[in-house]
Design a protein around this ligand. Structure first.
Ligand code: AKB
Length: 319
């Protein structure tokens, strides 16, 4: 049977590029993009699109039945910084959507589910260097709490009902096509736009705050790779640690200065500093590398080169 995939939250930072790549891999008509609002022109033209509220199980089921969907990627979520402002809304969106999709898989409406977790599952009591796959997880944020709980729900539905659900703990994801919204790692995206536009950037994290990060292209590769792996390669049904690069605001700024020599950065830490301080600095992702062959391609230098050369193609950022 041909795979038909529904992406819930297709207009977000990761969803946009995931939709684009899945349409290249599986063909436009086999990828149903959905969100609570319409996508950009490119997304709307390249394949089917449906308005779907991620917390509405009946609406999701209607789309699954309409297109004969057999896989769901649930990308809708409220990220760490926004969920601190709206804790109950964050919990509701992150949990209700996951349980809706897991129930639909339990009832055999779909065969496979992808759900993203985050390094936010770790907290102050977790080791910060080479944070292991299995360790203490006492998150300090609502987002982190929802991700730990979600991971256990995934594992439960797999063990109890045989649901084929797969998950990755994303680090901060850096992209240039679609901006992130409401995360603690968002500075590492904004910095490129501000450097090219205004040649200066005020960072909401301190200069030496080291966090695990990853270029979008690597994140999309990992996401598709874990979904295409044989079921017996997926030994962890909570979520896999995933790492690539770790850097500080000062280090990324120095890399950008190679392209924008008069770029300057200043630091004004806000409430997001407290969140970042509880997260890992470097993640041990050896289990993902061993089980399903994960490896990253981009380091800080090659990512910066790729982002800046792409942004410079647009008039607005051509310096
Ligand atoms: C956030 O900053 O909230 C996200 C994440 C690390 O999951 N980018």
């Amino acid at each position: 049977m041909e795979d038909t995939i529904l992406i819930i939250g297709a207009c977000g930072q990761i969803g946009t590029e995931l939709t684009e790549r899945l349409r290249e891999v599986y063909g436009g008509k086999n990828i149903i993009a959905s969100d609570i609002r319409e996508g950009n022109d490119e997304m709307m033209a390249a394949g089917p699109f449906e308005i779907v509220d991620a917390t509405n199980k009946e609406q999701i089921l209607e789309v699954i039945e309409k297109y004969n969907v057999n896989q769901v990627y649930l990308m809708a979520a409220m990220l760490s910084a926004t969920a601190e402002k709206y804790p109950l809304k964050g919990w509701d969106l992150n949990m209700t959507s996951l349980l809706a999709v897991l129930e639909l898989a339990k009832d055999k409406h779909i065969e496979k589910v992808y759900w993203p977790s985050s390094m936010a599952v770790f907290g102050n009591t977790s080791p910060k260097m080479n944070t292991p796959q299995k360790t203490v997880m006492e998150p300090s944020t609502v987002y982190g709490i929802s991700k730990v709980a979600g991971e256990h729900w995934c594992n439960y539905y797999h063990n109890k009902y045989g649901v084929d659900v797969r998950s990755i703990r994303y680090p901060g994801i850096i992209s240039w096509k679609t901006l992130p919204g409401g995360g603690t790692t968002d500075y590492a995206v904004d910095i490129y736009f501000e450097a090219l536009k205004n040649k200066n950037f005020e960072c909401f994290l301190g200069e030496n705050t080291r966090l695990p990060m990853m270029y979008m292209k690597d994140a999309i590769d990992a996401t598709i790779q874990i979904m295409q792996a044989n079921s017996d390669q997926i030994k962890i049904r909570t979520s896999y640690n995933l790492g690539a690069i770790s850097f500080t605001p000062k280090e990324i700024a120095n890399e950008i200065k190679k392209y924008v020599p008069d770029f300057s950065i200043s630091y004004k830490p806000d409430f997001r500093q407290d969140i970042a301080d509880t997260w890992p600095q470097i993640i041990d992702d050896s289990q993902a590398r061993k089980d399903w062959g994960w490896k990253h391609e981009f380091d800080l230098a090659s990512m910066t080169n790729d982002i800046i050369s792409n942004l410079k193609k647009s008039k607005e950022y051509s310096l």
